[in-house]
Design a protein around this ligand. Structure first.
Ligand SMILES: NC(=O)C1=CN([C@@H]2O[C@H](COP(=O)(O)OP(=O)(O)OC[C@H]3O[C@@H](n4cnc5c(N)ncnc54)[C@H](O)[C@@H]3O)[C@@H](O)[C@H]2O)C=CC1
Ligand SMILES: CCCCCC(=O)CC\C=C/C=C/C=C/[C@@H](O)[C@@H](O)CCCC(=O)O
Length: 273
């Protein structure tokens, strides 16, 4: 089991929602976190709040638009230099708006992949690094088809495919980098609230999903922690869906909506490659 307490973590899109819940869960377990977000006010506010609770040396915020390659590289390097290295990279920043689908692909897919490449270059043992873990916040929409947001679904399938490809790389052992994806169903965050405010063109279709149960961001964060702590989870797709206990996807774990019970349900066993 990975000991989170001494780990140095980089999180994108951490100022709200699932990213924020992940940061709080990591800090509670003793990690140091540098998080970035495009929203400077929310990020600074959260940094101030968390520093009071956990200490200024354990939480750093840096503003960054992840679609700007230079900005993303700069904040990543800031995390490395601030903590003397990085052990965990969490690519979380994402949006859901089919009307600006190119921007959505730039944030949800291109920037997540860029974050992975920065982390891999830094971590891989076969190139002088010290190993590490890369977790991408994908979605159930990275596993199943979701006709109500096809580009969002494509953006998340791409992230899952990219992560699994590296996870099954024959030299993964030499690299010492573990890969995983967090794949929640609907989570109660701003990403969904904007839909409720009528942003989506096809709101009646979204309505169906919005009316189904959502999990709180804290449950998604608990599932994230289980994925991170499990040394055997390389290639894992950790799903979190309200009211569901079992699934049928290869290499995944499923947790209850409370994120606690049945953490290691594996109806299909892990199949290390
Ligand atoms: N809420 C949900 O139902 C689900 C969300 N997800 C994924 O979880 C991740 C986090 O989303 P939520 O917490 O739900 O939404 P959220 O809207 O609460 O948080 C997303 C954060 O990303 C930041 N962000 C957006 N664009 C950015 C950019 N260009 N550069 C830097 N930061 C940027 C936002 O400012 C915000 O703080 C996303 O990747 C989303 O696709 C996955 C499954 C379900
Ligand atoms: C309209 C809100 C979209 C929120 C954005 C997301 O990323 C949510 C995830 C998108 C699709 C979710 C699909 C969830 C499906 C489950 O309810 C269930 O039908 C699939 C369960 C499959 C299984 O566990 O075997």
């Amino acid at each position: 089991m990975l000991e989170i307490g001494d780990k140095r973590v980089f999180v994108t899109g951490g100022a709200s929602g699932i990213g924020r819940a992940i940061i709080e869960a990591l800090l509670a377990k003793g990690a140091k976190v540098l998080f970035c977000d495009v929203n400077a006010d929310a990020g600074k506010g959260l940094e101030t709040e968390l520093r009071k609770q956990y200490g200024a040396d354990r939480v750093i915020f840096a503003q960054c638009d992840v679609t700007n390659a230079q900005q993303l590289e700069d904040v990543f390097q800031k995390a490395v230099s601030s903590f003397g290295g990085l052990d965990v990279c969490v690519n979380n920043a994402g949006i859901l708006d089919e009307r600006i689908w190119e921007t959505m692909l730039a944030i949800n897919t291109t920037a997540q992949i860029r974050g992975c490449k920065l982390a891999l270059d830094h971590m891989r043992r076969d190139k002088g690094g010290r190993g590490g873990v890369i977790i991408n916040v994908a979605s159930m929409a990275g596993i199943v088809a979701a006709h109500y947001h096809p580009v969002y679904t494509a953006s998340k399938h791409a992230v899952v495919g990219f992560s699994l490809s590296w996870a099954t790389h024959p030299k993964m052992g030499e690299m010492g980098v573990r890969w995983g994806c967090l794949c929640p169903g609907p989570v109660d965050t701003k990403l969904i609230t904007v839909l409720e405010e009528g942003q989506a063109e096809n709101l009646p279709v979204y309505r169906h999903v919005l009316d189904t149960n959502k999990v709180p961001p804290e449950s998604a964060a608990q599932a994230f922690i289980r994925l991170l702590e499990d040394d055997e989870s390389n290639g894992g797709l950790m799903t979190v869906v309200a009211g569901r206990e079992q699934g049928h996807y290869r290499k995944r774990q499923l947790v209850d909506a409370d994120g606690v019970s049945n953490p290691r349900l594996a109806d299909i066993p892990w199949t290390p490659t």
